[in-house]
Design a protein around this ligand. Structure first.
Ligand code: UT7
Length: 329
């Protein structure tokens, strides 16, 4: 028994913040941001939109695409590091907004690798027969935890959500839709390279910690950049081995959108042609756990990625945690 993706969806807030808008806030320029990251603009959620609203919006679209009514959902997993509240999980608010009563719903925290982690968990529930209709969401409201005075981080991030519905494989032929392989890793020795140091129980919020912006994203960008290229390449190779798929058989690389230079280097090391690399970083920036499912859904809806295509997904972020998933759509 294997699992497969039954439908995809995404939600992006309407408000656009351009690089020139950021140049009004910090000492930066459109040229620097485009050259160093590939980003032109990102979406920002207005204050009346919460993470769970975006997550539920993406999940509803994925359920519609899958033809699955909300009352058939038997598990909801939300990958996020910017949940509505420290407690309860954002997934419970998504359950309420979807109207999927009494199914288990929980969050997982693996930052930019969160979507592939959540997909691997959904797969484990399905192949062991514990669930039949799983909603997997990656959703982030990073604009509320970004330090808008730190030019090293605020230029990168944006808000949004993406979702898939996962179910058991319906047809077991060789070319059938399936999740073919996953690979997950964490290296906790690099935890300090990308974190929100305050606001948790280790450093509860105080007036001093707020002044020091300890409740905002802190990142050593160069450290992350170097490990990203190496680890994303190796995790993709592991998923290909698990799926018994040669790199030439991959139709699309659907990677976490952290930096266009990281994407280019990973694709080149893997030997994937540039025209097979999906990107939307120029329009949405880095949306952490949401970036892979947003990118996937945009390309499914545009008709570029089609049923039967082989898609290699990978992500790396705070933890550091990283992973990949190989699917035949
Ligand atoms: O998704 C989660 C995982 N995160 C990532 O994968 C992010 C990985 N890291 C990166 O994408 C890059 O490291 C950044 C885009 C964050 C930074 O790019 P970089 O090429 O590594 O720049 P840098 O930090 O080495 O800084 C180079 C110079 C510095 O100036 P000096 O010291 O050479 O004078 C920075 O102060 O660029 C300066 N700088 C900027 N200048 C204009 C840093 N940020 C900016 C900015 N605008 N926004």
């Amino acid at each position: 028994m294997r699992s497969q993706i039954l439908g995809t969806g995404h939600f992006l807030p309407d408000t656009v913040r351009t690089n020139n808008d950021l140049a009004q806030l910090v000492d930066t320029s459109d040229e620097w941001i485009r050259e160093r990251t590939g980003i032109r603009e990102r979406r920002i959620a207005p204050l009346d939109i919460q993470n769970s609203d975006m997550a539920a919006g993406a999940a509803k679209r994925a359920l519609e695409a899958a033809g699955v009514p909300a009352n058939e959902v038997d598990l909801i997993i939300v990958a996020t590091v910017t949940g509505d509240h420290p407690m309860p999980a954002t997934a419970v608010l998504v359950q309420q907004k979807l109207g999927a009563p009494n199914c288990p719903a929980f969050d997982i925290s693996a930052a930019c690798a969160g979507f592939v982690y959540a997909l691997a968990i959904a797969d484990a529930f399905i192949v062991t027969g514990r669930a039949r209709r799983v909603v997997v969401v990656g959703s982030e409201l990073l604009s509320r935890v970004v330090n808008w005075q730190d030019r090293g981080t605020c230029i990168l991030f944006g808000d949004g959500a993406g979702a898939v519905v996962v179910g058991p494989q319906e047809d077991e032929s060789d070319r059938a839709s399936a999740l073919l392989g996953t690979s997950l890793h964490t290296d906790g020795s690099l935890a300090g390279s990308l974190m929100i140091p305050g606001g948790g129980t280790a450093k509860p919020v105080t007036a001093e910690s707020l002044d020091a912006a300890e409740n905002k994203v802190f990142m050593r960008g160069q450290d992350i950049f170097k490990v990203a290229v190496k680890n994303l390449t190796s995790t993709c190779r592991e998923a290909l081995v698990k799926g018994s798929i040669d790199i030439d058989q991959v139709d699309w690389l659907c990677s976490h959108q952290a930096n266009l230079r990281i994407l280019d280097q990973v694709a080149s090391r893997l030997g994937i042609a540039p025209e097979k690399v999906l990107t939307n970083i120029d329009r949405v920036g880095n949306t952490s756990s949401a970036s892979i499912p947003i990118l996937l859904d945009e390309n499914v809806r545009s008709g570029k990625v089609r049923k039967g295509d082989t898609v290699l997904m990978c992500g790396l972020g705070a933890g550091i945690s990283w992973g990949s998933a190989l699917i035949r759509l």
